[in-house]
Write a protein that binds this ligand. Structure first.
Ligand SMILES: CC(=O)SCCNC(=O)CCNC(=O)[C@H](O)C(C)(C)COP(=O)(O)OP(=O)(O)OC[C@H]1O[C@@H](n2cnc3c(N)ncnc32)[C@H](O)[C@@H]1OP(=O)(O)O
Ligand SMILES: CC(C)C(=O)C(=O)O
Length: 523
């Protein structure tokens, strides 16, 4: 069976769609999950875009050994040099350079003529060869590029040294028969095409990214690019978990293999949804909550008699566990580690057992029963203990007929700070009180609460996006009390912001000259 190269761009195209960029730690966690999954390439970022992304790509290049690590670059010397430097320590480093080829992009966006675009592509590929012999070239908006232009630039790119030629349907415009036809024509008309791997990168604007990618494979594409959970610009990219599941399930029609370990799909999907702060819709194929659940009587009856009546692939083959153990504060470390490993998480890689056990006991004493989603919450719960503001105490007064008010006591480096404030609601009052302590007035860009579980004692997951000095910060918390959870999520964003800005409580207060009456240290 022929091999299909799986190229994951969750950390690059997927990240482009997030409300707050991922930091190096989050990118590394996702990269390790992708490595475990067995993807062939991880496109780790666009290093010229920011020092933070350069650092993240370099860290992934050093850490990841089981997959090639790729950096994106425009067809510009500066971009290529920065990308080359970022992948320097990778065992298999790839530079992916691109330039738009469709008339609308060439004329309106780049404001160039087509020949200049060909020249820029060739010059950037030659420059990339200073750093690696693994060079991918993409004709951005290939789906709307005249065939003759595609043939010309692809032939030139291969002659310049490109080893993978990627055909993106950048705006998700084509339909499967049309996109398959483009791939077939490239294979038939470009004389040197056998010297490169033909790749596709489809977007989902019309919901056809997966179908287009499969049509392309049928016509000779041998690399598929996409993201886990289908994250990506606008409506997203081709969902790689769907591609891999299709190739596994329909080998009768599609005799191809991949290096992906399908049992790792669910784990990777969960790491990515949590780290990226983007949940997946319940009816999402393969990884949605309902993908393997049967709700109507006739279906349930069928599945009880024979699973394959309504299941075309086994949930276990995607890594979805089915067993259940009852966890309470009387449970010990072994069962916690056992359950977490059934859920795909590994001690040392995703969590530290002693640390999570300590927090498990606190939560179990509070809640009674602990469910899988509680354990997962403990893994992703940010831990700023000892390195930022910690919530000591919170009192809120709220009700009809009175202005909500909050008194907040925070601790930083062993000192306590107390402040009281009012707001239009209890959460706003809490945020105001925290602002007056820190002296940093972050702008709230996004705030939502999501229930983890169904019962009255379910944990509330609070996700916050704030901005300060033009940068965005993500805050996350899980709590049985949503006002306290909101305070914790806000503090998470604040601590990340302070780390990014290199400000301490004292320096920020001095710099801003903030004299908020309620922000005096009490100790
Ligand atoms: C289809 C895709 O997904 S492509 C990847 C898109 N990803 C991103 O854009 C995320 C990261 N981007 C960034 O951080 C910034 O946009 C940067 C660092 C790349 C560039 O920032 P700036 O220099 O401020 O430029 P800005 O983004 O405003 O405009 C893009 C410029 O790049 C040019 N450009 C766009 N694509 C290419 C290309 N492939 N090769 C060369 N130049 C290009 C545009 O024509 C424009 O040039 P101009 O300034 O001469 O008009
Ligand atoms: C850089 C290219 C591959 C891209 O992301 C697109 O065209 O969508």
């Amino acid at each position: 069976m022929e091999q299909i190269v799986i190229f994951d761009t969750t950390l690059r195209d997927g990240e482009q769609s997030l409300k707050a960029s991922l930091n190096t730690e989050a990118k590394l966690h996702i990269a390790r999950a992708l490595e475990r999954l067995g993807v062939d390439y991880i496109e780790a970022g666009f290093p010229v875009s920011s020092p933070g992304d350069f650092q993240a790509v370099s860290a992934i290049a050093s850490a990841v050994k089981g997959a090639g690590v790729c950096a994106l670059a425009r067809a510009l010397d500066k971009d290529i040099d920065v990308a080359g430097e970022a992948i320097q320590r990778a065992e298999r480093g790839r530079i992916h350079t691109f330039i738009a080829t469709s008339p609308i992009h060439v004329e309106k966006k780049l404001r160039k003529d087509f020949q200049s675009v060909v020249d820029m592509a060739c010059a950037s590929i030659k420059r990339a060869a200073r750093y690696t012999d693994d060079i991918e070239f993409s004709c951005e908006d290939a789906g709307r590029t005249p065939r003759e232009h595609l043939f010309t630039i692809i032939e030139a790119a291969i002659n310049a040294g490109a080893t993978t030629i990627n055909i993106p349907d950048t705006v998700g415009y084509t339909i499967p028969s049309e996109f398959g036809g483009i791939i077939a024509d490239i294979r038939n008309q470009v004389p040197n095409i056998d010297r490169a791997v033909l790749s596709v990168h489809c977007h989902d604007d019309l919901g056809m990214s997966v179908a287009n990618s499969i049509a392309a494979v049928e016509q000779g594409a041998r690399q598929i690019e996409g993201t886990i959970n289908g994250l990506g610009e606008r409506a997203g990219n081709c969902a790689l978990e769907e591609i891999v599941a299709i190739l596994k399930t329909r080998q009768d029609q599609l005799p191809f293999r991949t290096n992906v370990k399908t049992e790792e799909i669910y784990y990777a999907s969960k790491i990515i949804r949590q780290r990226c702060n983007v949940m997946v819709q319940p009816n999402k194929a393969i990884v949605g909550d309902n993908a393997f659940s049967h709700s109507s009587g006739i279906h349930q009856d069928g599945v009880l008699k024979s699973k394959n009546t309504y299941e075309i692939l086994a949930p276990e083959s995607i890594g979805i566990p089915s067993s259940h153990l009852h966890l309470t504060s009387r449970s010990g470390r072994h069962v916690i580690r056992h359950r977490l490993s059934e859920l795909g998480y590994q001690d040392g890689q995703d969590y530290h057992l002693d640390d999570i056990y300590e927090r498990f006991l606190v939560l179990a004493d509070k809640k009674g029963s602990i469910y899988d989603y509680d354990l997962e919450a403990l893994i992703f719960l940010p831990d700023h203990r000892g390195v930022g503001y910690e919530l000591e105490q919170l009192n809120v007064i709220s009700g009809s007929g009175s202005k909500p008010s909050a008194t907040v006591c925070l601790q930083l480096n062993g000192k306590e700070y107390i402040s009281a404030a009012t707001g239009n609601g209890p959460v706003e009052a809490v945020f105001h009180a925290i602002d007056s302590i820190s002296g940093i007035k972050m702008k709230l860009e996004d705030y939502h609460i999501h229930s983890q579980g169904a019962g009255r004692d379910a944990l509330g997951q609070v996700n916050i996006v704030t901005s300060f000095d033009g940068r965005r910060f993500h805050g996350l918390s899980y709590s049985t009390d949503i006002v306290e959870g909101s305070a914790q999520a806000y503090l998470d964003a604040l601590n990340t912001c302070m780390k990014a800005q290199h400000v301490s409580h004292v320096s920020r207060k001095a710099a801003t000259g903030d004299t908020a009456r309620s922000a005096e240290p009490s100790a």
